[in-house]
Design a protein around this ligand. Structure first.
Ligand SMILES: [Ca+2]
Ligand SMILES: [Ca+2]
Length: 237
């Protein structure tokens, strides 16, 4: 069964101008992906679908990954032998599903690059059924409390149910754009923890993207093209 459809697209940049190029490949991510380029691993995440309008509006088209059991869930992507580059870009869509309790239960998420925490925080349900949890809890960038309005501003859809579901577009986070990185290896991990299973609460993920901003070609070329590798995880078809 296809767990993922990995979509590799190349973008071409001419100096500061990024041009979207065509789709070049699609790979299942249920094991080793493109050899010598990267590997990936997934822990405690399951594939699911939700065809509700709000999910579609929020970008969760087709299937996506969500946490299932209590505990920590994660996805890790490892890149090797990267060409010279100056920075990377990250992005994904995240859903807070059901009664996630970041304040009371420490139901939180984080993103690390080479083991360094870029963001962390929790997404709560607000006020529901006599309980209250902040929509955004303890949001930090590089370990420092940051303006949570950055996150709330990206809220793109709300699924009305007993506890509701919020969908946030983390492609819009400034902190994910131009993360300084020069090593020829890269490890990106997205993780989330809940103290109860999906019947009560979960985090969902879709459209994970990892862009590599390569160093410009040597001066003297009439046109310097800087390839940008975008890895998009798109669930389902
Ligand atoms: Ca809960
Ligand atoms: Ca909880």
């Amino acid at each position: 069964m296809k767990l993922f459809r990995i979509v590799l697209t190349f973008c071409l940049s001419i100096f500061a101008t990024t041009l979207q190029a065509s789709l070049i490949n699609a790979i299942d991510a249920d094991g080793t992906l493109v050899s010598n380029v990267f590997s990936s691993s997934f822990s405690n995440l399951v594939e699911t679908t939700d065809s509700s309008t709000a999910y579609q509006t929020g970008g969760f088209s087709g299937s996506y990954l969500r946490t299932d059991a209590s505990g920590t869930s994660s996805m890790t992507f490892v890149f090797q032998n990267l060409a010279a580059h100056s920075s990377i870009n990250l992005g994904f869509i995240i859903a807070r599903i059901g009664s996630v309790d970041p304040s009371r239960d420490d139901d939180v998420f984080s993103v690390t690059v080479d083991g360094v925490e870029v963001i962390s925080g929790g997404l709560g349900f607000g006020n529901a059924n006599g309980f209250s949890e902040p929509l955004v809890h303890d949001y930090k960038e590089y370990g420092v409390t940051a303006n949570s309005s950055i996150v709330t501003a990206t809220q793109s859809a709300y699924v009305s149910s007993t506890w509701g579901t919020h969908i946030y577009d983390f492609n819009d986070l400034d902190v994910f754009s131009g993360i300084s990185h020069t090593s020829d290896t890269l490890t990106v991990t997205i993780s989330a923890s809940t103290n109860q299973g999906y019947s009560n609460e979960a985090y969902g993920f879709d459209n994970v993207s990892i862009g590599i901003n390569y160093v410009s070609a040597p001066a003297g070329l009439l046109v310097a093209l800087v390839p940008m590798l975008i890895l998009c995880l798109r669930r389902g078809k």
